[in-house]
Design a protein around this ligand. Structure first.
Ligand code: G6P
Length: 369
């Protein structure tokens, strides 16, 4: 096991650090920036079905569901396809309206999650075309779906999902870009801009990982907190949910993710000098609005840990701690903002003496209901 950890103390940390490579492996051979094409067999062979879909329904559980939420923003914003994201466990039992004009995308790292598998079977019975995004090759979900695209994250051992999440977003971004191009929503220039930027992501994730030492210092300050709030808007709202989930899962600190503006409708009541609030405040996507949310937290004495774009000035003046990530296109920011949040939960959990790779009561894959 020590050899498998490759010098890292835990699988989770190793897997966090594997992300530049995992993302590269996931788009390798698919993203051909110079030629200006995206090649994905599962998509190419079913292009008509995907392009003619009335809507896309995404089903998943846990972290994969968060990747689905990011995908909702990407598909709607870039490819202009209506998307609904559902917890597989709810979808399968609520007698959903599904037709043969729907495309269902099932996202699953393990490919063995019982509820996701059941949701797929239901959608197939109703005539929908089912596309899988799995990490484990030959898994039940990969076999049950009509077509699919694998993430190439490599084995994920830590129960808390990290590299599976960013590679799922990578695959879903590729699909959305491909459909945007085929639908004619994207000009060739814009398509090129995205492909070129996507190619920069592994190097930028590498840069984001350089925040590790700073994140460790921040973790030391907040390791004894009993609650923590995560806020983000737009593309980074799902990242806030995922950040909170990571902290809950491995450190057992109660954490909630919220859309930043919704804070006013509840969580703001909880903010006092004991409440750390992690805010994703990159310079794109309603930056000014997030800044005003930060001011509201500050005036209630909340402690602000902000994830900002390199060179940020405004948030730096307000926040107690700032973690910088490199600049990128708004829709690709989740791939970078996620990194420091993974590291934060990791360090806090280690400092609290928790079993990071095998948190209590959790399983890597939930194969029973
Ligand atoms: C469990 C795991 C999570 C995972 C979820 C969905 O809860 O602990 O890390 O996100 O299942 O698993 P899947 O394999 O379907 O992505």
């Amino acid at each position: 096991e020590e050899i498998e950890k490759g010098g890292f103390e835990h699988f989770m940390l190793k897997e966090i650090y594997e992300q530049p490579r995992a993302i590269l492996d996931t788009y390798r051979g698919r993203l051909l920036a110079k030629q200006g094409i995206i090649k994905m067999a599962g998509v190419d062979e079913n292009l008509e079905k995907l392009l003619n879909a009335n809507r896309i329904i995404i089903v998943a559980c846990g972290t994969s569901w968060h990747a689905g939420l990011v995908a909702e923003y990407i598909f709607e914003d870039l490819a202009r396809i209506p998307v609904e994201v559902e917890y597989a466990s709810e979808f399968r039992y609520r007698n959903p309206v599904i037709t043969d004009k729907d495309v269902l995308i099932a996202i699953s790292q393990s490919g063995e999650t019982a509820d996701t598998l059941a949701a797929i079977k239901l959608a197939k019975e109703k005539g929908a075309f089912v596309f899988g995004v799995c990490n484990v090759v030959g898994s039940s979900i990969a076999r049950e779906t009509d077509a699919g695209a694998y993430t190439h994250a490599g084995p994920e051992i830590g129960v808390a999902s990290t590299k599976a999440f960013t590679t799922q977003i990578t695959v879903l971004t590729l699909i959305a870009l491909k459909l945007a191009k085929e639908k004619g929503v994207f000009t060739t220039t814009r398509f090129h801009e995205y492909l070129t930027e996507l190619e920069q992501i592994p190097a930028k994730v590498e840069k984001a990982l350089e925040s590790n030492a700073l994140v460790e210092i921040i973790a030391e300050v907040y390791k004894d907190s009993t609650n923590c709030l995560y806020l983000g808007r737009g593309y980074n709202f799902p990242v806030a949910l995922e950040g909170a989930l990571k902290l809950k899962e491995i450190s057992y600190i109660h954490a909630e993710g919220y859309p930043a503006a919704e804070m006013k409708h509840g969580p703001i009541a909880l903010i006092d000098e004991h409440m750390p609030v992690v805010v994703i405040a990159t310079n794109k996507g309603h930056y000014e609005k997030v800044v005003s949310n930060i001011q509201e937290i500050k005036s209630r004495k909340g402690k602000i840990i902000a994830v900002v774009t390199q060179g940020d000035q405004q948030v730096k003046e307000l926040a107690d701690h700032v973690i910088e990530i490199p600049e990128t296109l708004e829709s690709l920011t989740p791939l970078l903002t996620t990194i420091p949040l993974q590291l934060l939960s990791y360090h806090i959990a280690v400092m609290r003496g928790c079993n990071v790779d095998q948190p209590r009561n959790l399983a890597k894959s939930v194969t029973v209901e």
